[in-house]
Ligand binder design. Structure first.
Ligand code: ITT
Length: 201
């Protein structure tokens, strides 16, 4: 099965390829399938809204089975922010380093026991060759926000996100370990049966 992974985020693409590597699926990137396509305006209010915007745009333009996901970090002390704005918390087009800095600044006065947070990932699969509705799965990973970045793995807020029960940041886990505990890993495993059904179709 040829699958379009409708994401412009390099870190997500690497993880999606790894998570699906034991299935007979060729994961193609937006850059490979739709070079030069304009970015999708992600103005939805929820992770699901944005994931649907991305999967529908990808499937419409490519006519391929398409997988998209919208994800982000919810910090309790910030009433769930940055949430759907995680990629642009510091500013539009921010780098991961800028976002991490902005998050540390926003939490500077928040005590250690009030820094609880979670990563969420809403994943959507759409087969434009059928009338079927998009299939939606979700994964979450609980943890808290540290005081300084630690670790060199992963991407985004990984160096600041201390995984519940691990005492290490997401960036201190290896790729396989991150996949086992991450929001994206959980959403992808929940999507497996649907992907296998499409492979068999
Ligand atoms: P696409 O929309 O093209 O997929 P994006 O980076 O804009 O790429 P999102 O709008 O879903 O994707 O924003 C997700 C942001 O949430 C991402 O840029 C990171 O800042 C953060 N994030 C999501 N998953 C993460 C993870 O596994 N580790 C660290 N940060 C993550």
């Amino acid at each position: 099965l040829r699958l379009l992974a409708a994401t412009s985020n390099r870190g997500k693409l690497v993880e999606l390829r790894s998570l699906l590597s034991d299935l007979p699926i060729e994961v193609l990137s937006l850059a490979e399938v739709l070079p030069g396509a304009p970015p999708v305006v992600e103005d939805g209010a929820t992770f699901l809204d944005n994931a649907l915007l991305k999967v529908r745009a990808g499937a419409l333009r490519s006519a391929m089975v398409t997988l998209a996901e919208d994800s982000g970090l919810e910090v309790d002390a910030l009433d769930g922010r940055p949430g759907v704005r995680s990629a642009r918390f510091a500013r539009e087009g921010a780098t991961d380093a800028e976002n991490n800095e902005a998050l540390l600044a926003a939490l500077a006065d928040v005590a250690d026991d009030r820094r609880r947070a979670r990563f969420r990932c809403v994943m959507v699969l759409l087969d434009p060759r059928s009338e079927a509705q998009p299939i939606v799965t979700e994964g979450r990973c609980e943890g808290w926000i540290g005081r300084q970045p630690r670790g060199a793995g992963g991407f985004g807020y990984d160096p600041l996100f201390v995984v519940e029960g691990y005492g290490r940041t997401m960036a201190e886990l290896g790729e396989a370990e991150k996949n086992l505990v991450s929001h994206r890993g959980k959403a992808a495993r929940e999507m497996r049966a649907s992907l296998e059904a499409l492979v068999a179709r």
